[in-house]
Design a protein around this ligand. Structure first.
Ligand code: IMP
Ligand code: MG
Length: 236
Protein backbone atom coordinates (compact mmCIF):
# COMPACT_ATOMS: atom_id res chain seq x y z
CA UNK A 1 0.00 0.00 0.00
CA UNK A 2 3.01 2.28 -0.46
CA UNK A 3 3.13 5.30 -2.76
CA UNK A 4 5.93 7.77 -3.44
CA UNK A 5 5.20 11.21 -1.98
CA UNK A 6 5.22 13.13 -5.29
CA UNK A 7 2.68 10.80 -6.89
CA UNK A 8 -0.93 12.07 -6.75
CA UNK A 9 -3.34 9.49 -5.33
CA UNK A 10 -5.70 7.99 -7.88
CA UNK A 11 -8.89 7.43 -5.87
CA UNK A 12 -10.49 5.83 -8.94
CA UNK A 13 -8.43 2.70 -8.21
CA UNK A 14 -9.92 2.38 -4.74
CA UNK A 15 -7.78 0.94 -1.95
CA UNK A 16 -4.74 -0.43 -3.79
CA UNK A 17 -3.45 -3.77 -2.49
CA UNK A 18 0.03 -4.33 -3.90
CA UNK A 19 1.35 -7.61 -5.32
CA UNK A 20 3.81 -8.06 -2.46
CA UNK A 21 1.09 -7.76 0.21
CA UNK A 22 1.17 -11.15 1.97
CA UNK A 23 -2.35 -10.79 3.42
CA UNK A 24 -3.28 -11.56 7.02
CA UNK A 25 -2.59 -14.90 8.68
CA UNK A 26 -5.84 -16.93 8.70
CA UNK A 27 -5.23 -17.91 12.31
CA UNK A 28 -5.76 -14.32 13.37
CA UNK A 29 -9.42 -14.42 12.22
CA UNK A 30 -12.42 -16.72 12.46
CA UNK A 31 -13.75 -18.54 9.40
CA UNK A 32 -15.77 -21.72 8.82
CA UNK A 33 -14.06 -24.91 9.87
CA UNK A 34 -15.03 -26.71 6.66
CA UNK A 35 -12.67 -24.42 4.75
CA UNK A 36 -9.65 -25.13 6.93
CA UNK A 37 -6.73 -26.04 4.66
CA UNK A 38 -8.37 -24.54 1.52
CA UNK A 39 -7.32 -20.93 1.95
CA UNK A 40 -4.03 -19.12 1.72
CA UNK A 41 -4.63 -15.86 3.57
CA UNK A 42 -7.16 -13.17 4.40
CA UNK A 43 -6.72 -10.53 1.71
CA UNK A 44 -9.37 -8.10 3.02
CA UNK A 45 -11.02 -8.54 6.43
CA UNK A 46 -14.79 -8.05 6.59
CA UNK A 47 -14.60 -4.87 8.66
CA UNK A 48 -12.46 -3.10 6.06
CA UNK A 49 -14.80 -4.21 3.28
CA UNK A 50 -17.78 -2.68 5.08
CA UNK A 51 -15.91 0.54 5.91
CA UNK A 52 -14.88 0.98 2.30
CA UNK A 53 -18.45 0.38 1.06
CA UNK A 54 -19.70 3.12 3.37
CA UNK A 55 -17.42 5.58 1.59
CA UNK A 56 -18.39 4.28 -1.87
CA UNK A 57 -22.05 4.93 -0.97
CA UNK A 58 -21.18 8.50 -0.03
CA UNK A 59 -19.33 9.04 -3.34
CA UNK A 60 -22.19 7.54 -5.34
CA UNK A 61 -24.80 9.71 -3.61
CA UNK A 62 -22.71 12.82 -4.18
CA UNK A 63 -22.52 12.06 -7.92
CA UNK A 64 -25.97 10.66 -8.71
CA UNK A 65 -28.04 11.20 -5.56
CA UNK A 66 -29.99 13.93 -7.36
CA UNK A 67 -31.86 11.39 -9.47
CA UNK A 68 -33.77 8.16 -8.92
CA UNK A 69 -31.58 5.09 -9.13
CA UNK A 70 -32.17 1.62 -10.47
CA UNK A 71 -29.64 -0.67 -8.80
CA UNK A 72 -28.85 -3.72 -10.91
CA UNK A 73 -27.15 -6.37 -8.79
CA UNK A 74 -25.08 -8.93 -10.68
CA UNK A 75 -25.77 -12.29 -9.01
CA UNK A 76 -24.60 -14.19 -7.31
CA UNK A 77 -21.23 -12.75 -6.39
CA UNK A 78 -22.48 -9.18 -6.07
CA UNK A 79 -25.13 -10.16 -3.53
CA UNK A 80 -23.36 -9.17 -0.29
CA UNK A 81 -21.77 -6.06 -1.77
CA UNK A 82 -25.13 -4.92 -3.13
CA UNK A 83 -26.97 -5.56 0.14
CA UNK A 84 -24.42 -3.58 2.17
CA UNK A 85 -24.12 -0.81 -0.44
CA UNK A 86 -27.89 -0.31 -0.71
CA UNK A 87 -28.17 -0.21 3.08
CA UNK A 88 -25.65 2.65 3.19
CA UNK A 89 -27.27 4.44 0.22
CA UNK A 90 -30.64 4.28 2.00
CA UNK A 91 -29.14 5.65 5.22
CA UNK A 92 -27.62 8.61 3.39
CA UNK A 93 -30.90 9.26 1.56
CA UNK A 94 -32.87 9.07 4.82
CA UNK A 95 -30.61 11.65 6.44
CA UNK A 96 -30.70 14.10 3.53
CA UNK A 97 -33.40 16.58 2.54
CA UNK A 98 -34.10 14.86 -0.76
CA UNK A 99 -35.66 11.41 -0.89
CA UNK A 100 -33.96 9.28 -3.52
CA UNK A 101 -36.15 6.56 -4.93
CA UNK A 102 -34.15 3.39 -5.29
CA UNK A 103 -35.24 0.12 -6.87
CA UNK A 104 -33.12 -3.00 -6.82
CA UNK A 105 -33.18 -5.57 -9.58
CA UNK A 106 -31.10 -8.68 -10.15
CA UNK A 107 -29.39 -10.24 -13.11
CA UNK A 108 -27.51 -13.50 -13.23
CA UNK A 109 -24.39 -14.01 -15.35
CA UNK A 110 -21.93 -16.82 -15.66
CA UNK A 111 -18.48 -16.66 -17.16
CA UNK A 112 -16.05 -18.62 -14.95
CA UNK A 113 -15.29 -22.32 -14.62
CA UNK A 114 -12.70 -23.23 -11.99
CA UNK A 115 -10.47 -20.13 -11.93
CA UNK A 116 -10.53 -19.46 -15.68
CA UNK A 117 -12.74 -17.04 -17.59
CA UNK A 118 -14.61 -18.99 -20.28
CA UNK A 119 -14.67 -15.90 -22.46
CA UNK A 120 -18.33 -16.05 -23.31
CA UNK A 121 -20.76 -14.41 -20.90
CA UNK A 122 -24.18 -15.95 -20.43
CA UNK A 123 -27.15 -14.08 -19.00
CA UNK A 124 -28.97 -16.90 -17.25
CA UNK A 125 -31.70 -15.14 -15.36
CA UNK A 126 -33.07 -11.86 -14.18
CA UNK A 127 -35.71 -9.41 -15.17
CA UNK A 128 -36.64 -8.26 -18.61
CA UNK A 129 -33.94 -5.66 -19.35
CA UNK A 130 -36.40 -3.46 -21.28
CA UNK A 131 -37.53 -2.11 -17.88
CA UNK A 132 -34.19 -0.24 -17.80
CA UNK A 133 -35.22 2.16 -20.61
CA UNK A 134 -34.82 5.78 -19.50
CA UNK A 135 -33.56 4.75 -16.04
CA UNK A 136 -30.41 5.76 -14.17
CA UNK A 137 -28.78 2.38 -13.74
CA UNK A 138 -26.14 1.53 -11.17
CA UNK A 139 -24.65 -1.89 -11.91
CA UNK A 140 -23.26 -3.57 -8.81
CA UNK A 141 -20.64 -6.24 -9.48
CA UNK A 142 -18.32 -8.23 -7.20
CA UNK A 143 -15.13 -8.29 -9.23
CA UNK A 144 -13.84 -7.11 -12.59
CA UNK A 145 -11.05 -9.36 -13.86
CA UNK A 146 -10.42 -9.28 -17.59
CA UNK A 147 -13.36 -6.87 -17.90
CA UNK A 148 -15.00 -9.05 -20.55
CA UNK A 149 -18.07 -9.82 -18.46
CA UNK A 150 -18.81 -6.17 -17.76
CA UNK A 151 -18.08 -5.04 -21.33
CA UNK A 152 -20.50 -7.69 -22.64
CA UNK A 153 -23.16 -6.79 -20.05
CA UNK A 154 -22.86 -3.06 -20.79
CA UNK A 155 -23.24 -3.76 -24.52
CA UNK A 156 -26.43 -5.65 -23.74
CA UNK A 157 -27.88 -3.04 -21.40
CA UNK A 158 -27.13 -0.08 -23.71
CA UNK A 159 -29.49 -1.60 -26.28
CA UNK A 160 -32.37 -0.86 -23.89
CA UNK A 161 -31.47 2.85 -23.80
CA UNK A 162 -31.12 3.69 -20.13
CA UNK A 163 -30.62 7.38 -19.33
CA UNK A 164 -27.33 6.70 -17.52
CA UNK A 165 -25.22 3.69 -16.59
CA UNK A 166 -22.66 3.65 -13.77
CA UNK A 167 -20.73 0.62 -12.59
CA UNK A 168 -19.64 -0.07 -9.02
CA UNK A 169 -17.32 -3.02 -8.50
CA UNK A 170 -16.10 -4.09 -5.09
CA UNK A 171 -12.85 -5.43 -6.57
CA UNK A 172 -10.78 -4.82 -9.67
CA UNK A 173 -7.91 -7.17 -10.47
CA UNK A 174 -4.63 -6.05 -11.95
CA UNK A 175 -4.50 -8.49 -14.82
CA UNK A 176 -2.46 -8.34 -18.04
CA UNK A 177 -5.53 -9.62 -19.88
CA UNK A 178 -7.57 -6.62 -18.80
CA UNK A 179 -9.49 -5.14 -21.76
CA UNK A 180 -9.21 -1.61 -20.38
CA UNK A 181 -12.67 -1.45 -18.84
CA UNK A 182 -12.72 0.52 -15.56
CA UNK A 183 -15.73 0.79 -13.26
CA UNK A 184 -16.88 4.24 -12.09
CA UNK A 185 -16.60 3.16 -8.45
CA UNK A 186 -13.99 0.69 -7.18
CA UNK A 187 -13.69 -0.66 -3.66
CA UNK A 188 -10.26 -2.30 -3.88
CA UNK A 189 -7.68 -2.92 -6.58
CA UNK A 190 -6.17 -6.35 -5.94
CA UNK A 191 -3.39 -8.55 -7.35
CA UNK A 192 -4.27 -11.12 -10.01
CA UNK A 193 -5.25 -13.90 -7.58
CA UNK A 194 -8.48 -15.87 -7.25
CA UNK A 195 -10.43 -14.76 -4.21
CA UNK A 196 -13.43 -16.17 -2.35
CA UNK A 197 -15.70 -15.14 0.51
CA UNK A 198 -18.20 -12.31 1.06
CA UNK A 199 -20.42 -14.09 -1.54
CA UNK A 200 -17.61 -14.49 -4.09
CA UNK A 201 -17.37 -18.13 -5.08
CA UNK A 202 -15.18 -20.78 -6.65
CA UNK A 203 -17.51 -23.11 -8.59
CA UNK A 204 -20.30 -22.07 -6.16
CA UNK A 205 -18.23 -23.03 -3.09
CA UNK A 206 -17.21 -20.50 -0.42
CA UNK A 207 -20.32 -18.46 -1.17
CA UNK A 208 -22.30 -19.87 1.75
CA UNK A 209 -25.56 -18.44 0.46
CA UNK A 210 -27.69 -20.65 2.72
CA UNK A 211 -25.88 -19.23 5.68
CA UNK A 212 -26.56 -15.74 4.35
CA UNK A 213 -30.26 -16.40 4.59
CA UNK A 214 -30.20 -18.00 8.06
CA UNK A 215 -27.54 -15.72 9.48
CA UNK A 216 -24.59 -17.84 10.50
CA UNK A 217 -21.73 -16.07 12.24
CA UNK A 218 -19.36 -18.62 10.74
CA UNK A 219 -19.91 -17.82 7.08
CA UNK A 220 -16.82 -16.75 5.18
CA UNK A 221 -17.13 -12.98 5.63
CA UNK A 222 -13.59 -12.01 4.69
CA UNK A 223 -12.23 -11.89 1.17
CA UNK A 224 -9.61 -14.65 1.12
CA UNK A 225 -7.13 -16.05 -1.37
CA UNK A 226 -7.91 -19.69 -2.20
CA UNK A 227 -4.91 -22.06 -2.21
CA UNK A 228 -4.04 -24.87 -4.64
CA UNK A 229 -5.54 -27.49 -2.31
CA UNK A 230 -8.86 -25.59 -2.25
CA UNK A 231 -8.85 -25.19 -6.04
CA UNK A 232 -8.24 -28.91 -6.50
CA UNK A 233 -10.84 -29.93 -3.90
CA UNK A 234 -13.64 -27.87 -5.46
CA UNK A 235 -12.62 -28.22 -9.12
CA UNK A 236 -15.44 -29.20 -11.54
P1 IMP B 1 -14.05 -10.94 -16.06
O1 IMP B 1 -14.98 -11.17 -17.20
O2 IMP B 1 -12.72 -11.62 -16.28
O3 IMP B 1 -13.87 -9.48 -15.75
O4 IMP B 1 -14.64 -11.68 -14.80
C1 IMP B 1 -15.60 -11.14 -14.01
C2 IMP B 1 -16.52 -12.19 -13.38
O5 IMP B 1 -15.84 -13.39 -13.06
C3 IMP B 1 -17.03 -11.61 -12.09
O6 IMP B 1 -18.36 -11.24 -12.27
C4 IMP B 1 -16.90 -12.73 -11.10
O7 IMP B 1 -18.15 -13.30 -10.86
C5 IMP B 1 -15.99 -13.74 -11.72
N1 IMP B 1 -14.66 -13.68 -11.06
C6 IMP B 1 -13.52 -13.18 -11.57
N2 IMP B 1 -12.51 -13.30 -10.70
C7 IMP B 1 -13.03 -13.88 -9.60
C8 IMP B 1 -12.47 -14.25 -8.31
O8 IMP B 1 -11.29 -14.08 -8.00
N3 IMP B 1 -13.34 -14.84 -7.45
C9 IMP B 1 -14.65 -15.07 -7.73
N4 IMP B 1 -15.20 -14.72 -8.90
C10 IMP B 1 -14.41 -14.15 -9.83
MG1 MG C 1 -19.71 -11.26 -10.66
Amino acid sequence: MARSSDEAPDYGRGVVILDNWPGYDLNLFTYPQHYYGDLDSVLIPHGIIVDRIERLAKDIMKDIGNCDIMVLCVLKGGYKFCADLVEHLKNISRNSDRFVSMKVDFIRLKSYKNDQSMGEMQIIGGEDLSTLAGKNVLIVEDVVGTGRTMTALLGNIRKYKPNMIKVASLLVKRTPRCDGFRPDYVGFEIPNVFVVGYALDYNEYFRDLNELVHFDPLLLQHICVINEHGKEKYRV
